[in-house]
Design a protein around this ligand. Structure first.
Ligand code: CA
Ligand code: CA
Ligand code: CA
Ligand code: CA
Length: 284
C-alpha cells in the first residue's frame, strides 16, 4: 500500500516546547487494520509508527483514512492532528468467475451463420488489468485436440456465434469450454462450460424406398401374395420424423406394417383381391 499525509511534529525534536509541554503521547483513530506503536529514540523523543495488524483486502476497503493526534503534556493539553490516507494497491488475487459455471443453451438447427448463441458472463473482482478478462476456446477433456469449429468467440466481449449451419441430423449437441483469463501477472483463469443443444426443425421429407418389387403379378395370384416391400424413413426426430403411409383407396392391395428400426417404417404391399365372383365379395 502507499502512504500519504504528514504530521507536523512527528519530527519530535523540532517541537518548540520542552519538558512537560513537549509531545507526551500519540493517538490513532480506531482502525481494524492499523495500530499505533510508539518507540522512544535515544534522546527520549517518542516516534509514532503505524503498524499493519492484519492483511489488507483492496476488494473490501480500497483506501483507509486515519487520523493521528499528537498530545502534549501541558495544561491545558494542546494537540495537533494529521490525516493519513492509505491507498491499497491491487494484487491479482481473484480468478475470473463464470456465472453460471455450467449452462445449457437450446438453439434451433439451420440458423443463419453469425447468430448469437450466448454471451458468457464473467466477473473478476480485481482492478485494472488484474480484472480485465480475455476469452478463448479451450479443448474439452474428452477431445483434447478439438476446438469448436462450428462457433466463433469474441475474445473481448465473450460473445459466441455460429460459424456454420448447424444440422441437428449431423450432431444434436456441442460441448464448449471457454477459458477466461485476466491480464494480471501472474494471470489467473476461470472456465465456463456450455452445452449447446440443437432443436430439431422439420427439414427432411420422408423418403419411400421400394426394397423389393415382384412384378409383374399374375392375374390369378393368390390372396396375400407380396407385391412389394416398402420402407420409408425421415431423418428428423420426434414428430418431425414420424411417417404415415397411405395407399390409394379402392385398389386391390393391402398394406401390412412390420416392425422396423428407428425412423424407418416398413410395410408389405399385399394382394388383397379375393378370388371369388364379384357378387360374393364382402364389403365394398
Ligand atoms: Ca483477477
Ligand atoms: Ca485484488
Ligand atoms: Ca431436422
Ligand atoms: Ca421430416
Amino acid at each position: 500500500g502507499g502512504c500519504s499525509g504528514s504530521l507536523p511534529g512527528t519530527q519530535g525534536s523540532h517541537y518548540p516546547d520542552m519538558g512537560s509541554n513537549s509531545i507526551s503521547t500519540y493517538q490513532l483513530s480506531p482502525s481494524d487494520y492499523f495500530a499505533l506503536s510508539i518507540s522512544v529514540r535515544g534522546d527520549g523523543v517518542k516516534m509514532p509508527e503505524i503498524v499493519l495488524e492484519r492483511s489488507l483486502d483492496r476488494e473490501k476497503v480500497a483506501a483507509h483514512h486515519l487520523t493521528l493526534t499528537a498530545l502534549d503534556g501541558g495544561n491545558p493539553v494542546r494537540s495537533g492532528t494529521a490525516q493519513i490516507t492509505i491507498q491499497v494497491l491491487d494484487a491479482n488475487d481473484h480468478s475470473p468467475v463464470c456465472e453460471p459455471p455450467i449452462s445449457t443453451i437450446y438453439l434451433e438447427e439451420n440458423l443463419p451463420v453469425g447468430t448469437l448463441v450466448t454471451k458468457v458472463n464473467v466477473t473478476d473482482l480485481d482492478e485494472g488489468p488484474n480484472g480485465e478478462v480475455e476469452y478463448s476456446f479451450k479443448a474439452s477433456n474428452n477431445a483434447p485436440d478439438k476446438l469448436p469449429r462450428q462457433f466463433s468467440l469474441d475474445p473481448l466481449t465473450g460473445e459466441i456465434r455460429t460459424k456454420a449451419l448447424l444440422d441437428f441430423e449431423e450432431s444434436s449437441a456441442y460441448e464448449i469450454t471457454v477459458r477466461a483469463r485476466d491480464k494480471g501477472s501472474p494471470a489467473m483463469e476461470g472456465h465456463c462450460n456450455l452445452r449447446v443443444e440443437l432443436v430439431d426443425v422439420n427439414d427432411n421429407s420422408p423418403e419411400i424406398v421400394l426394397t423389393s418389387v415382384s412384378s409383374p403379378v399374375q392375374e390369378n395370384a393368390p390372396h396375400g401374395t407380396v407385391i412389394a416391400l416398402i420402407a420409408a424413413k425421415d431423418s428428423d426426430s420426434g414428430e418431425n420424423g414420424q411417417v404415415h403411409l397411405h395407399i390409394t383407396k379402392d385398389l386391390p392391395f393391402n398394406m401390412l406394417f412390420s416392425s422396423s428400426p428407428l425412423n424407418t417404417l416398413s410395410s408389405l404391399l399385399e394382394n388383397s383381391y379375393c378370388h371369388h365372383p364379384p357378387s360374393k365379395r364382402q364389403g365394398r
